[in-house]
Design a protein. Structure first.
Length: 266
């Protein structure tokens, strides 16, 4: 027979008893009403009586019978008699005249009714409501003005700017083009032979112009020589001019090419 562990059994029972006691205390706390915290009140108002309490304790005056009938139909139209039907317009009064003079006639008639003893407020208010202008709130007016301004700006954009390339994009495109040209100019020419460099364009054109001027000068000198060159000096002079002209012609052919390469000094 196994021995019973009385120590563990006692601990378990003690915990159950503690749990039940704790639940019982919590149930009692929930069932009891919680005290209401008193509001702070200044000491200088301790002896001041409540005006609301004094107002409620006063005896209310008897109700006015006329005030109860104020909003009833035909209650303010004289001695309780139903108002008669309004008179028809005069036959000699044209429609245009009636439309233009309606506000003035309405004001005059309203003034007469107000000054009289018997006043028909229902008919008076109905006529005023007929000619009253509709007043819009400030928020609706501001919204309408904002929408109109947006519409005008959109129309102006569609007329002047829609479909056009912005100026900053044009400037950026021009900058890219210049950078590309500069990069291509700095690249080495694949046609350049080893040990040579390409002559700048302005220098090539300047050299070509000088060669053409020298050619014209030599041609003039050759033309001015006599037809019969009997002397030895004249013959040598003609041969020298022809030799220079042939050299200049060869140089002109070379410098007339789009690219001229110069040999670098070793």
């Amino acid at each position: 027979k196994e021995s019973k562990d009385h120590e563990k059994e006692n601990v378990r029972r003690i915990k159950e008893i503690q749990k039940k006691c704790k639940e019982k205390e919590q149930a009692q706390e929930r069932s009891q009403p919680k005290p209401v915290k008193a509001l702070w009140k200044s000491q200088k108002y301790e002896n001041v009586e409540s005006k609301v309490k004094a107002k409620l304790q006063e005896s209310s005056p008897p109700p006015n019978p006329e005030a109860l009938k104020f909003l009833r139909a035909y209650s303010r139209c004289g001695p309780g008699i139903k108002p008669c039907r309004p008179l028809s317009p005069r036959p000699d009064r044209t429609k245009a005249g009636a439309d233009t003079g309606a506000p003035e006639a309405l004001d005059a008639e309203a003034k007469m009714q107000v000054e009289g003893k018997s006043i028909d407020f229902i008919k008076h208010n109905a006529r005023n409501a007929k000619w009253a202008s509709l007043r819009r709130s400030q928020s609706l007016q501001a919204l309408s003005e904002l929408l109109e301004q947006k519409h005008r700006e959109q129309e102006e954009y569609n007329t002047k700017q829609k479909g056009l390339v912005p100026q900053y994009l044009l400037q950026r495109k021009e900058l890219w083009r210049r950078q590309t040209e500069e990069r291509l100019r700095n690249l080495p020419d694949p046609d350049t032979p080893p040990g040579h460099t390409m002559m700048p364009e302005h220098q090539r054109l300047e050299t070509l112009s000088n060669l053409k001027q020298s050619q014209e000068q030599l041609v003039k000198e050759l033309v001015l020589l006599p037809v019969r060159a009997d002397t030895l000096s004249m013959q040598k002079r003609r041969v020298e001019l022809e030799r220079k002209l042939s050299q200049i012609e060869e140089a002109i052919k070379i410098f007339s090419r789009p690219k001229v390469f110069i040999k670098l000094d070793s």
